[in-house]
Design a protein around this ligand. Sequence first.
Ligand SMILES: Cc1cc2nc3c(=O)[nH]c(=O)nc-3n(C[C@H](O)[C@H](O)[C@H](O)COP(=O)(O)OP(=O)(O)OC[C@H]3O[C@@H](n4cnc5c(N)ncnc54)[C@H](O)[C@@H]3O)c2cc1C
Length: 416
Amino acid sequence: MTSPHVTVIGAGIVGVCSAAWLQRRGFGITLVDPEPVGHGASFGNAGNVSPGAVVPYTLPGVLKSLPGWLLDPEGPLAVRPSALFKVLPWLLAAAKQSTTENALATSRAMKALHGGTFEAYEALTRGTDAATLIERCGQLYVSEKLDAAQGSQLARAMREEAGVKVTPLTESQIRDIEPALAPIFRSGMLLPDNGRCKNPHQLVESIAGECRRNGAAIVRGAVSGFDTNGSRIKGIILDGTVRPVERVVIAAGAASGELAQQLGTRVPVTPERGYHVTIAEPGIAPRIPVSHVDAKFVCAPMNMGLRLAGTAEFAGFGAPPNWKRAELLKKQARRMFPGVKLEQVTQWAGNRPSLPDGLPVLGRAPKYENAFFAFGNGHFGITGGPVMGKYLAEIVAERKPEIDLAPFSPTRFTAR
Ligand SMILES: Cc1cc2nc3c(=O)[nH]c(=O)nc-3n(C[C@H](O)[C@H](O)[C@H](O)COP(=O)(O)OP(=O)(O)OC[C@H]3O[C@@H](n4cnc5c(N)ncnc54)[C@H](O)[C@@H]3O)c2cc1C
């Protein structure tokens, strides 16, 4: 008897973790991606692995900050004028989310999804090359303002409710932890139970490599549509040719909305572009990831150098990168770490798959019994990816995941 089979569309962190967990549940796997494995958002992120990521971006007050951010060319958020018309409904939907009640509900769902990230990675990577890439080292957050590193009262209450361990830091304690920082930071926060991935691309490649060794086929090609029969998908259209499938998982990151739409479900996933600059020989060696809370970017030590990553730009699909955003990261890093050497740098831009309520979709496609959605992790896919994959595999295997999946429902945008 041949094993049941799943075709996973998208070989980013969510796709490969889903594939790995599905194999453990006895499914044969085909992973499909037009790019080499791990070349989407999963390539160039900051690598923060954050079980304590329980504070959504859409907190009350975000609407008030929005105009200031948008008008400041050096602010953390940018919208290309050419994309404004298209992205405005998304931004308004995100702003509408920012009531205390909604933010608290989102925070609880984030805790359910992110809380088990290290355990999920441990289960997936034990005995493989990837095991040493994940480190429970803590993360440092610093602000140039007094008493600001921990965020608002609500943000603090969310961490407390979720049981996230927090160590508040004074100016001198910040410098004790990270002596290379400029003496401009007036408040700090250590999240000792968070950690990092030392090379996100290598992590995705390594998990995919294990899948391949366990029998998965990895196929290069772009899925442009589906061949359907009633409520079943018979095949995917891969580079113009129908390829038969038994079950399909859409894990195509920011491109997933278009595929979900073809299956009759509107999921407003939008590309939220971020940038990185990676410095091969930075001349400084922060031990753990350091986030600048005010400028909203991360300086992450990695095995290939120091990575500066962040910024949120809504530019639409296919718009050329605005490398001024990467230059800005360099300028901010120089202010943060006066000793940093900005030679031998590479730069990158990639699209976070972002949904206006800050949570991904995870579940069966509403209109097709053999299709499943797993995408939309926004700023937290390296953290959420291994847990998404675990629960996705349980859903496909018709088992009941241990968390409440209602907050991640694919119908939540159409039901309202
Ligand atoms: C600057 C930046 C910093 C970040 N920092 C962090 C962090 O510190 N911690 C954290 O947890 N998260 C972070 N993130 C977020 C994280 O990177 C993403 O949430 C995550 O990588 C999304 O993974 P994914 O697998 O859903 O998407 P992707 O990695 O984008 O993968 C999707 C894949 O689908 C493929 N695909 C697209 N269309 C098709 C198609 N039609 N057919 C077949 N395949 C297709 C693509 O080629 C791609 O390989 C950051 C993101 C950015 C941009």
